[in-house]
Design a protein around this ligand. Structure first.
Ligand SMILES: [Zn+2]
Length: 252
């Protein structure tokens, strides 16, 4: 579902996002009737506003390097900025990847002007107040800022890892290595969260494994197409620009 455009970028939510809102409203209602439902819904919408700002961080950084970002999509497991390409220059990919978590740290810095954490604060036992909501937003931005920096490609930390590898080895090998490491981390994370009964988190790791494989396939196809084109060109003159075969890329 398309919501609205932000500086030319379409903000969309997946239909399943409504299920998530209905679920958290129900959880809030069973805990504390209307007051609970309003609190949990407000919290969830504020949380996804932060997710959107995180994705906008990626999007605006990418635009600086000439990348088109037609859409930001929100899912119950998080958000993604869809880009027409990922720059192969490691420095540019690192800046785009770090721009997302950087936004979370800016949000924390702004919130901390207003928020105080009482001694012995326990996030599991909370009152339905605005102050408590702000404290939880600080906490969830910290989780987003740290979690996204895990070197599990194609998460932000994984992109930084791939870019650092690509400074020392061919792009394809760097991607293969980053995807391999990412799969190990994601499988360990999924197993742990399944054990803990956090199914949405486990689903996120499953998605990371899927998205990593897809992006690796995309890089392999691009390399093969470029190689065919080089061989074709060797027999033809004048030299031509290789056509792009890359499908849309998703920066989480
Ligand atoms: Zn991100």
């Amino acid at each position: 579902m398309n919501l609205f455009r932000i500086c030319g970028i379409q903000l969309s939510v997946h239909v399943s996002f409504l299920l998530l809102l209905a679920y958290v409203a129900w959880e809030g209602w069973t805990a504390a009737a209307w007051q609970g439902a309003v609190w949990t819904l407000t919290y969830m919408l504020a949380l996804f506003a932060c997710v959107t700002l995180h994705e906008l961080g990626h999007a605006f950084a990418a635009r600086r390097f000439g990348v088109q970002v037609p859409r930001i999509l929100l899912l119950p497991i998080g958000g993604m900025a869809e880009m027409d390409s990922i720059p192969r220059k490691p420095r540019e990919e690192i800046i785009i990847a770090l721009a997302g978590p950087a936004v979370n740290y800016v949000i924390i810095a702004v919130l901390m002007i207003f928020v105080r954490f009482p001694a012995g604060w326990n996030p599991m036992y909370f009152s339905l107040t605005t102050a408590e909501l702000m404290r939880h937003l600080v906490l969830v931005n910290l989780v987003m800022g740290v979690f996204n920096l895990l070197p599990a490609f194609p998460m932000d930390g994984g992109r930084v890892f791939r870019a650092l590898l690509a400074m020392r080895m061919p792009y394809l090998k760097a991607t293969q290595t980053a995807v391999g490491v990412g799969k190990i981390i994601a499988m360990a994370g999924a197993a742990y969260l399944l054990y803990k009964g956090i199914y949405l988190g486990a689903l996120l790791f499953a998605f990371i494994i899927f998205a990593g494989s897809r992006e690796l396939q995309s890089v392999i196809r691009t390399e093969q197409a470029a190689e065919h084109w080089r061989q074709f060109q060797a027999r033809l003159a004048p030299p031509l620009e290789a056509p792009s075969t890359e499908p849309p890329h998703r920066v989480l």
